[in-house]
Write a protein that binds this ligand. Structure first.
Ligand SMILES: [Zn+2]
Length: 477
């Protein structure tokens, strides 16, 4: 007869299997599985919980005035994820450039954000600060997949109710491809962080959390509630009634100063940057805060918890978690016959917005717009679609206002059945007419019939807003 001991006895595996199949647990196994001590299972780390997660491209991109209001007077916790280390930026202070300016800008951002109470700040690694205005180029140089994985990780770590990001749209003044890339990735992360099948390694519990070498991350899925966009577009009329507006002239009850002054103090840390740090330094020295007195305007991307479009950013917000809210995703557009559309970012956004439940962004601007310096080159992408079963010859022509010239190029394109032909159209802008809006129409014809047209509004001398991207690189290539 087997003698019982005070120690668990290693059960015979075959015997255990047999007993388990019979629904009987061997005594020794029960002894082994019974909890010896009770250890509390830790909750997600509260030090990283944020009410607002700001996902932007560069140091100094954050909407400082609103964040100061939210932190100081609404007692919100804010975290920031910068998509790059701003290593392509200029330097108003010294010669430090390239990787070195990335190091400088990171510290500027950490000091600026810490000055308003933001201590949880992350910078994506492996991304490249990409001058230009084509979001698709920035997504490529950032490494879209890895950047999205990092954004989803930070959403799950910070568990925000609200995500603030740049506007995923191409508008004059808001043409920086990196800004738009951060907006695209933030929107995708909003929709994926609550999905446990997206980057599932992030939401797998480690086998032994106190041990080393765990290769899963132990985060929890998290569904944010509200998504808002901001913009540094030159013309703000399209943002009217699209979301809340916060006056920079209001006086902070806790700071006893107007938000514009508090914002200038925060931005004064960015001394390598002319349009923020240096401008703030001048404003604080002279008392002329003109550019800091602009209101903080937002566009409601979407809300999963109700609230009004122009109401406060936290209107309707509840302390999470809330259930995962899947978006409909991409649905192919049915095309017939021969058609023409603007390509690259415009074609992308037309698919991206409805796929992510922000289809109303298509209504912000009825006519696409772009800015160009007087005398500058404007390159526009077109897609010629042939959705017939026959080869088609398509002529592309443009009706140019006076002073514009067209770079000589083929104007007739042979498009295979059920195929698309990408065309870059290159124009040179007139040297005069600075500051004027002009409208240019492209026409596609086939067999003597007009089969489609594209109208674009063009701002000559796209003078930028305070925090905007310079007008020198407006053509979208
Ligand atoms: Zn920026």
């Amino acid at each position: 007869m087997q003698q019982r001991t005070a120690f668990p006895v290693r059960p015979n595996p075959l015997g255990c299997l047999l007993l388990l199949l019979m629904g009987v647990w061997p005594t020794a196994m029960i002894g082994q599985l019974a909890p010896q001590t009770t250890t509390a299972s830790p909750l997600p780390d509260d030090r990283y919980k944020a009410d607002i997660l700001v996902i932007v491209a560069h140091s100094d991109d954050e909407p400082a005035g609103y964040l100061i209001r939210a932190i100081s007077d609404q007692h919100k916790r804010v975290a920031v994820l910068d998509g790059t280390r701003s290593q392509a930026g200029g330097n108003e202070v010294g010669y430090e450039q390239a990787a070195a300016i990335g190091e400088v800008r990171e510290i500027e951002a950490r000091r600026a954000l810490a000055s308003i109470g933001v201590f949880n700040v992350w910078f994506m690694s492996g991304t490249t600060d990409t001058p230009g205005d084509n979001v698709l180029r920035s997504l490529e140089t950032w490494g879209h997949g890895a950047a999205l994985e990092e954004a989803v990780r930070i959403v799950r770590l910070t568990r925000p109710e609200v995500i603030l990001t740049w506007l995923p749209h191409f508008v004059v003044g808001e043409n920086h491809g990196d800004h738009q890339a951060s907006a695209v990735i933030a929107t995708e992360a909003f929709d994926l962080a609550g999905d446990p099948t997206a980057f599932p390694e992030q939401v797998s519990f480690p086998r032994d959390r106190k041990g080393i070498g765990n290769l899963t991350e132990g985060l929890r899925p998290w569904q944010p509630e509200k998504l808002y966009f901001f913009s540094d577009a030159s013309q703000m009329a399209f943002m009217k009634e699209q979301g809340p507006v916060y006056s920079a002239m209001d006086v902070s009850p806790s700071l006893h100063m107007p938000y514009y002054r508090a914002a200038a103090l925060e931005e004064s840390y960015y001394l390598t940057q002319g349009e923020t740090g240096q401008a703030a330094k001048v404003a604080l020295a002279t008392g002329n805060f003109k550019y800091f007195q602009l209101p903080d305007r937002f566009i409601l991307g979407k809300s999963l918890v109700g609230g009004t479009v122009t109401g406060d950013i936290f209107e309707g917000a509840v302390r999470g978690p809330i259930p995962f809210a899947p978006v409909c995703g991409y649905r192919p557009q049915v095309r017939e016959g021969i058609s023409i559309e603007l390509g690259d970012p415009w074609a992308f956004y037309r698919k991206f917005w409805p796929a992510h439940g922000i289809g109303h962004l298509a209504d912000l601007m009825k006519v696409p717009e772009i800015g160009v310096d007087p005398g500058g080159t404007l390159e526009l992408p077109f897609l010629l679609h042939n959705d017939t079963d026959q080869p088609q010859s398509i002529n592309l022509s443009v009706d140019l206002p006076s002073g514009w010239t067209e770079k000589a190029a083929a104007t007739q394109y042979s498009v295979r059945p059920q195929d698309v032909y990408p065309v870059w159209f290159v124009l040179t802008a007139p040297t005069g007419n600075g500051g004027n809006w002009q409208q240019i129409t492209w026409q596609a014809e086939s067999r003597g019939q007009t089969v489609g047209s594209v109208i674009v509004k063009i701002l000559l001398n796209a003078e930028d807003s305070r925090a905007g991207w310079g007008a020198g690189s407006i053509s979208i290539r």
